[in-house]
Design a protein around this ligand. Sequence first.
Ligand code: PLP
Length: 371
Amino acid sequence: MNYDIKQVSPIFKGINYFSLFKLIRSSWLTEGKYSTLLNERILDLCNAKYGVFAPNGTLSITMALLATGLKPGERVLIPDTTFFGTATAVILAGGIPVPVPVDSKYYLMDPEKLKFFLDEKTTHIVPVDLFGYSYDRGSIMQFAKSNNLKIVDDSAQALGVKYCGENIGRTSLATSYSFFADKTITMGEGGFVTTNDESVYESLRLIRNQGRLNRGSFIHESIGFNFRVTDMQAFIGLSQLARFDEIVKSKLENFMLYLKYLSQNSNIRVLTQPENSSFIPFRFIIEVKNLAKTIDILEQNSFLQTRRFFFPIHLQPGLLNWYKARKINLPNSDLFVNSIAGYEKGLLLPLHSKISRREIKLICDKINWAN
Ligand SMILES: *Cc1c(COP(=O)(O)O)cnc(C)c1O
């Protein structure tokens, strides 16, 4: 995989401010040649047949759920450890998010527990490829098949990741990505849905463009919205994708550096990828013995803005109020021990390409000191 700028297209020989200026001068700001080109490049990277852009990763999950037939009031299983957007995307699509337990090692949706959360109104599963590795696609696909459920992946943190040597997205009906600033590549804001199903693709196109397939027409054959992006964002996305290999390499180098400094400490556990998955680390994820003390030391004199684990979905105040107003009771809330334990121990450390080796060493010294 080599996304060298020169291989993207002759147009991109110089992706620089001058070409962005030319784009703006050309007066074509909405989706055009740059979006088309980036779309092709992303499909290439993901080895997927079809794909569409979304304004962000939350809306791309919403679009994928609508395009795969989610109806109002239907239930969608999501992992209890994930970004809140996984849940709100389900709500925006008219569904009811039902959090399910995660395992204690990778904090991925636990296939063994899914059966305790299933009811006759459940139609979809949105498993999450957390922290840059794949969920257990084998078991979850098996469960989905035997219970007639559709899988929509939330792969916001996992662009380019592989499961059993194959690009993620092969075993699900649709796969959603985010290009927010802290994801592997960014368009500022942005999202993308891939699918290998032609009818899902057609629905996606209708949903994102006011229920029509052609831009210029005022005849709308179905209900759709405006979930488009701009060519300026696509331009940024292209220059980011051109650096994809370089970004991944730099993330892995930083990962190894953290590992070197922290792996000797028996009060710290480092999260790495499950056996069948490749790994493009989202952050450097650790569980520490003394979380409060570690955060204190890292935040002293504004040294580092720390990020804890995702707060368990089943405890999110906004969601609890939402359930209450609708008199929705969730089953088996005593099964969420792992997501709670993760929140009580877990810390996400920065891996991005702008962080220096010296800064990583300093961060690790402080963490080792606190634990
Ligand atoms: C970032 C993220 C989203 C939401 O993507 P946005 O582009 O911020 O809307 C959803 N799910 C997960 C797991 C994410 O990391």
